[in-house]
Design a protein around this ligand. Structure first.
Ligand code: ACO
Ligand code: ACO
Length: 156
């Protein structure tokens, strides 16, 4: 493996760097969406990543050069009426601005697919905004557009 980063499960020591990429004032997942999440919710989300009794996980990409977290993916599992097995939903994906187009997003997906196989998930799926074409350039390579549209009672 010659890549300049590795993918691994998030650890307690990653919290400050993950919070920065999740909700920092610039170059973060939530600023990308122009949204905010209360700090106590961010704390709770992080604790759930580490809680073995909660079916929600996070993996991080770490630069081998700087040892810094440069991206993350979070995912969870749930039931389905369509199968006796468990499905996996990818909730969030983010790669810091200056580390994009280097295969980090793709590797975070590949790691997640491996975890899905280990958990015997027969489906891995996710959604994105219709106008997020950059993400869709990755998604058409690691997945297939299913043709659904997403609605919500409580849009974010
Ligand atoms: N132009 C052309 N092709 C692109 C682009 C682009 N801007 N972005 C990605 N691709 C293609 C690449 O060619 C690459 O193909 P290859 O693997 O065959 O070479 C493929 O997509 C994968 O690209 P990566 O380099 O692995 O993707 P990157 O590390 O840049 O991460 C991401 C992509 C996560 C979408 C990043 O741009 C990002 O964080 N964007 C802002 C946040 C965001 O949109 N997150 C996803 C929201 S949806 C969700 O969370 C489920
Ligand atoms: N033409 C015009 N308006 C329509 C039509 C239609 N064919 N169908 C529904 N609407 C409008 C109605 O005007 C109504 O508006 P109103 O409440 O302001 O008067 C509104 O939609 C709701 O209509 P209902 O009568 O409550 O809907 P219905 O009982 O017909 O059920 C359903 C709609 C469930 C989509 C039905 O057509 C169906 O079972 N379709 C096939 C299966 C399907 O598509 N399921 C949804 C898949 S997605 C999922 O499962 C999450």
């Amino acid at each position: 493996e010659t890549s300049e980063f590795l993918i691994r499960p998030i650890e307690r020591e990653d919290k400050d760097q993950w919070v920065q990429l999740w909700s920092g004032k610039t170059d973060s997942y939530l600023t990308f969406y122009q949204k905010s999440v209360p700090p106590d919710v961010t704390d709770y989300t992080f604790e759930r990543f580490l809680d073995e009794s909660v079916t929600m996980w996070c993996a991080v990409a770490v630069s081998k050069k700087t040892n810094k977290v440069i991206g993350f993916i979070s995912y969870l599992t749930h039931l389905s009426t369509w199968s006796p097995t468990t499905y996996m939903y990818i909730n969030d994906l983010y790669v810091s601005e200056k580390n994009r187009l280097g295969g980090v997003g793709r590797k975070l997906f590949e790691y997640t697919y491996k975890q899905a196989d280990l958990k015997n998930c027969t489906k891995v799926y996710w959604s994105t905004q219709l106008n997020n074409h950059r993400a869709q350039l990755l998604y058409t390579k690691v997945g297939t557009f299913e043709g659904y549209v997403r609605y919500s009672r409580n849009p974010d």
